[in-house]
Design a protein around this ligand. Structure first.
Ligand code: BGC
Length: 803
């Protein structure tokens, strides 16, 4: 059993694109899919390299309209490495006999290995052991090493190394009709006998990327003699090493690549820096050494140990690993957000949604510095959000549902239903609730990190701007004596308008309304928390006066929340009148009804007509807030909070949700944990395998689902280990599931590193180190003060301190 390794023991071309996404290597700056070095884009191989924040806009004529989309660009493929024996063909696993094949993702060191033996049509057997990594230590470097052995032949051969900038964005079939050419070639140069340089530029955003590659071939630690030729064409350059190989002898091919872009800091010019690096850098072995060191530190901070289920242990590590491939300490200095599909593929065009809400809880307790930097991505786009609000006639800031380079709305106007081939208007951008998610994230980052400076300066400015937006968006309804929010879409994207209505958006989505009320209430609290001088500044700069204050107070007491009956919150006003959906009939008719929207559209129908949701909507409230918090919010709004209301809502909406988003299982698993352990566990099991087994049937090859991945880790810490990050203390009240024996992790709470291990019998807590000598930790329902270095155990059987 190898808990840090994902091992594939066979060559399955049809699964290769899924494996590529799952074997993506990145460092928070770039990410490169686990494609084969020797092939370019074909039906089983898709080499994709993505730069964090590397977007480009392009126009396409679709359905008679000129549409502009912004894409996370597929940058040049630096992997290219191949060989051919004299008279033979360039390596292609589809054209040779594969004697054995193994692909191993070693998550402990961030390396990908491919170990295979092949026989070509002339009977030549060759074995190749390939290893590669994208350096976590030096964000600009990546390396590949081949151990190459002709097993039963001697003779001339060629090794080809290349940098390929002729790539296009072609990872997602349903985007096929959209413009996918994002790169212009700039320059190709042979630097010297072992090094080449490629420069490209994105067509519209004008990001220059320079890649320099140094390739050396060794035998017994000595560079072998070879004839080297080079070839280039627009956007592509290669070097070919010709030499004579001997049967049974091992040759070591090393390709070190340096990648810089015009977005980088502390550079003069990208190509100069890339060339400088490959001249200075040592051999593969040296780079690998620092790679291992960098990963040692990362795992020390972020590992979650699970005893009792090897499968869950491995998948949890896979989720930690891919979170860190997308966002790592290297991200901290970059102006980037979290793309919902990682740096692993092109689905959703690398856009940033509300998925941060599910991702930050994992980061907050391990890498709060990264959360801060990601929140700055939003702060840096505050002006664009202010402009968007003004354009719609609102005050404050209205952040986009889908965000990319400069923070304008990047949601597509039309989307393709791959089932019907129709282009359909996309109104999901009306998900204004993304604003509350940003506010919620600011607050929760503050609670976990105690970063008062951030809250006072950047956090409060964003938070108050969002509050201003909600206060101007909420409209007073005299008849009800309540405030209402219209023209929105809730998290459940299946409902974007009323049946037979031409108008977009819904009235009073309960989740949106309650979150807005929370934002307004919390904004008033934040103003009392931050530095007085900053408060004065902000009130003046944002023009918040007494009238605005009383409006906020009023709305946070009088926001309208629709109810159906008996404490069941109505997803939105009018939902109660929709038809019940014939779930059984559709389950019988179709194998998979997760994407009900596509099925119904194909049938000329729409989910707008039914009580059928894609994902948790009302139920999000129980995911984000504790029972007490929600009780306070609702009671403050003058609504009764009944005992048992939560479970009733869960039951009601469980029967009406198709789980068309991986986020849905996550929310369901958490909210069911108190009421129906079996269902909660089932949802957790589905969630944890959702990318590994590509349960949505084809979406993971287009990029992992980072919200679901990082969210599953939050479930482990919040649900199973029972951690509650509160302002007064870190509370621990474990509920370790039967199938797991022990969970352990190291977390950072308000600048204190605390090690927690829980099993069915006891909790062990060590306060390892921190910025102050004491930290408050609540165990079960009692508060303790821990001193630095203190280790204590608590019995779960007797509820008493056993040491
Ligand atoms: C979900 C959204 C999510 C987006 C990106 C969609 O399918 O419905 O809630 O933000 O994917 O992950």
């Amino acid at each position: 059993m190898a808990p840090f390794r994902i091992i594939y023991n066979d060559w399955k071309p049809e699964e290769q694109k899924l494996r590529e996404a799952l074997c993506t290597l990145g460092n928070g700056y770039i990410g490169t899919r686990g494609a084969a070095e020797e092939n370019s884009n074909n039906n089983f191989n898709y080499p994709g390299t993505y730069l964090a924040g590397g977007y480009n806009r392009a126009k396409t004529k679709i359905a008679g309209r000129n549409i502009e989309n912004e894409d996370l660009v597929n940058f040049p493929n630096w992997l290219c490495l191949s060989f051919r024996p004299e008279g033979g063909e360039w390596l292609n696993l589809e054209k040779v006999e594969i004697i054995d094949y193994q692909q191993v993702l070693d998550m402990k060191t961030g390396t990908l290995e491919r170990i295979f033996k092949i026989k070509d049509p002339d009977g030549r057997i060759t074995s190749i052991h390939s290893r590669r990594f994208v350096s976590m230590k030096d964000l600009h470097l990546a390396a590949i090493q081949w151990h190459f052995t002709p097993q039963n032949w001697s003779g001339n051969l060629e090794i080809r190394t290349a940098l390929d900038g002729t790539v296009i964005n072609d990872n997602v079939a349903r985007y096929g009709e959209l413009e996918g050419h994002h790169l212009d070639p700039l320059d190709t140069e042979v630097i010297n006998e072992n090094s080449i340089l490629l420069q490209v530029q994105t067509k519209q955003s004008k990001i220059i990327m320079a890649q320099a590659a140094r390739t050396q071939i060794y035998s017994r630690q000595k560079i072998i003699k070879s004839d080297i030729s080079s070839h280039k064409k627009d956007g592509y350059i290669e070097q070919v090493f010709h030499f004579s190989a001997k049967e049974g002898k091992k040759y070591v091919v090393e390709k070190i690549v340096a990648i810089y872009t015009s977005r980088d800091k502390a550079i003069t010019e990208a190509s100069l820096e890339a060339c400088k690096d490959i001249k200075r850098v040592g051999r593969f072995k040296e780079l690998l050494f620092s790679q291992k060191e960098a990963y040692r530190f990362l795992w020390h901070r972020s590992d979650i140990g699970i005893i009792g289920s090897e499968k869950i242990q491995k998948l949890a590590r896979l989720h930690i690993f891919h979170s860190l491939q997308t966002i790592s300490p290297n991200t901290m200095n970059l102006d980037v957000g979290v793309p919902s599909r990682g740096l692993h593929g092109e689905a959703y065009r690398g856009h940033i949604f509300w998925d941060e809400l599910y991702i930050y809880p994992f980061l907050n307790l391990r890498f709060p510095e990264i959360t801060r930097s990601l929140l700055m991505y939003r702060y840096n786009r505050l002006d664009e959000a202010r402009y968007a609000a003004t354009q719609e006639g609102y005050k404050g800031a209205m952040f986009p549902w889908q965000s990319g380079s400069n923070g304008r709305e990047e949601s597509q106007i039309l989307h393709l239903n791959p089932k019907s081939g129709n282009w359909i208007p996309d109104n999901t951008h009306l998900q204004r609730h993304v604003n509350s998610a940003i506010a919620f994230n600011i607050w929760n980052y503050y609670v976990a990190s105690d970063d008062k400076l951030f809250l006072s300066y950047f956090g409060a400015e964003m938070f108050l701007s969002i509050a201003l937006f909600w206060a101007s968006k909420a409209k007073y309804n005299k008849e009800r004596d309540r405030y209402e929010i219209h023209d929105v879409v809730g998290p459940d994207e299946y409902h974007t308008s009323y049946p037979d209505s031409n108008e977009q958006g819904l009235k009073n989505n309960a989740y949106t309304n309650i979150m807005a009320a929370w934002v307004l209430q919390k904004a008033l609290e934040i103003l009392e928390l931050i530095e007085k001088s900053r408060k004065r500044e902000l009130l003046r700069v944002l023009a918040i006066d007494d009238a605005e204050f009383s409006l906020w107070q009023n709305i946070s007491k009088k926001m309208y929340v629709p109810f159906i009956k008996d404490g069941i919150i109505n997803q939105f006003e009018g939902y109660e009148n929709l038809q019940e959906f014939p779930w059984k009939d559709y389950q019988d008719k179709y194998e998979d009804i997760q994407r009900l929207d596509r099925i119904l559209e194909k049938e000329g129908d729409s989910p707008n007509n039914y009580k059928a949701s894609k994902q948790a909507d009302v139920l999000m409230l129980f995911y984000l807030f504790t029972q007490d918090e929600l009780k306070n919010i609702l009671e403050n709004l003058g609504y009764e909070f009944q005992e048992g209301m939560i479970n009733k809502n869960i039951e009601y909406y469980s029967e009406r949700t198709s789980h068309g988003s991986t986020l849905s299982r996550l929310v369901f698993s958490w909210i069911q944990s108190k009421y129906d352990k079996a269902k909660s566990w089932k949802n957790f099991e589905t969630l944890i395998i959702s990318d590994f087994e590509d349960i949505q049937g084809g979406t993971t090859p287009e990029g992992i689902h980072l919200g679901a991945m990082a969210g599953s880790l939050d479930l482990i810490q919040r649900n199973f280990a029972g951690l509650a990050v509160c302002d007064d203390a870190l509370w621990i009240n474990p509920r370790v599931p039967d199938s797991i024996k022990k969970i352990s992790m190291r977390i950072n709470y308000k600048k204190h590193w605390i090690f927690v291990a829980v099993n069915h019998e006891k909790i062990k807590i060590s306060f390892e180190e921190g910025w102050s000598n004491e930290v408050n930790i609540g165990v079960l329902d009692e508060l303790y003060k821990f001193k630095i270095g203190e280790v204590r155990e608590f019995s779960l059987l007797t509820d008493t301190n056993v040491q």
